[in-house]
Design a protein around this ligand. Sequence first.
Ligand code: FES
Length: 130
Amino acid sequence: MTDSIYREIILDHYQNPRNRGILDPADFTYEDTNPLCGDEIRIDVRVADDRVSEVKFSGRGCAVSQASASILTEMIEGKSLADVKTISKDDLLDEIGIPVSPARLKCALLGLKVLKAGVYGVDQADDEDL
Ligand code: FES
């Protein structure tokens, strides 16, 4: 695909975000901000049989951060928590598809940072339950 098609994908996810909203209750919820700008993302996940059964994101921020979070939620629907843990920043950047400048990298990766903190938090909770 050409860069312009990828740019349209970002714009489409920004204007028509997938899985936007809140899950209450959720099995795990995490939120964080980009320290450079204060923009926020929250991710709520429901888990069934160790898989992501439902995911929603909310927050506010630039097009890259919001579109990237939307893309990320599509990537993890139905995935096992073990697989979610293996998603790397390169996996997400590949999915976003356009080169992200160093200045926008924190925007693009904010959702992944939130997701990872949430999913590892679940593990800690499980460990404590044992
Ligand atoms: Fe704040 Fe992009 S400018 S997350």
